[in-house]
Design a protein. Structure first.
Length: 325
């Protein structure tokens, strides 16, 4: 059995779906809440759903056996300001799972984030030696960075560690089952209804002299590619380390808007709006994953282009009455 924390969330539910399709027994730890988040799991054949606060007792049961833990559960909103809540959720649980996996000899794959890179001025090097130079811009990014550094300190000190450990710095992920995330959905999901109804895509104006309006750039990665990497890591238990997970190619928001319009089959129109005050000074204008280390570890599959990923997302999910995987 494989434990997936955050298994009813965006990336987690996509992983659960494909693990179940491979015949893998899956334990999900998450909350479903009062909305439609349950639909992320409605088509998946998993074994059990355990609330995060009950996970410790579940793991302490005699005879508990897990093949691996994939820890994706977190408060992932970059706009969340309760740093105590973020630390408790994103750091303390991660530390407990790290120590449990180390004590029981269970591989651990966990979610870090490109938010750890802050404004990108220190680069996007996923080597642990670069961690000390990074300055995240928000409590979410800081919490992920804190745990990356905790792991690095544990390894450097020679303390017990899981037999396989992998931290994945997810870049800008988009794809099915993200609908419960509200304002934290990808721009693709947020703008699709407007484009499908013939309206213009609204994008933030740039506040940086090096980037024109619509020229802000991100490394957008389709969720299917993220799942393929995690499945590959679960099959290659000799691979450990901290790795970026993007495509290695930055694209502009204007590129994204135009690709979305083409996928829908309409002429692209963009209107620019002021950037919210809450994001000013905390906004990343450029992200691009360095992928050399994951490639050197043996992962050779090509990543989906922005145009192909958006086309697949629209045709298989967003444009259909049932948009869930």
């Amino acid at each position: 059995m494989i434990l997936v924390t955050g298994g009813s969330g965006f990336i987690g539910s996509n992983l659960v779906s494909l693990l179940a399709a491979r015949g893998q027994r899956v334990l999900v730890s998450d909350w479903l809440g009062n909305g439609d988040k349950w639909r992320n799991l409605a088509k998946s054949d998993f074994c059990e759903l355990v609330a995060p606060e009950a996970l410790g007792d579940w793991l302490a049961r005699p005879g508990t056996r897990l093949e691996a833990v994939v820890h994706l559960g977190a408060i992932s909103a970059t706009t969340e300001t309760d740093a105590d809540l973020i630390y408790d959720t994103n750091v303390r649980l991660s530390v407990r799972l790290w120590r449990w996996c180390a004590d029981h000899g269970v591989p651990l794959i966990y979610a870090s984030s490109a938010a750890t890179y802050g404004d990108g001025s220190a680069g996007f090097d996923d080597d642990v030696a670069a961690l000390a130079t990074l300055r995240p811009l928000n409590p979410y990014g800081w919490s992920k960075h804190f745990f990356d550094r905790f792991v690095a300190h544990e390894i450097a000190a020679g303390r017990p560690q899981p037999p396989q450990w992998v931290g994945l710095k997810f870049f800008n992920v988009y794809g099915p089952n993200e609908y419960h995330k509200g304002s934290m959905q990808s721009v693709v999901a947020q703008k699709y209804p407007a484009v499908a109804s013939g309206q213009a895509v609204t994008l933030f104006r740039s506040g940086h002299p090096d980037y024109p309006d619509g020229g802000q750039m991100r490394d957008f990665i389709y969720v299917d590619d993220c799942v393929e990497v995690m499945l590959w890591l679960l099959d290659h238990t000799g691979v450990s380390g901290l790795f970026n997970l993007g495509t290695g190619t930055a694209r502009s928001f204007a590129d994204l808007a135009n690709a979305l319009a083409r996928a829908v089959g309409v002429a692209g129109r963009i209107e620019f709006i002021p950037m919210p005050e809450a994001l000013q000074g905390r906004y990343q204008y450029f992200t691009q994953a360095r992928m050399e280390r994951l490639r050197a570890a043996g992962y050779s599959r090509a990543f989906t282009t922005l145009e192909d990923g958006i086309g697949d997302y629209v045709q298989k999910y967003l444009a259909r009455p049932d948009c869930y995987r």
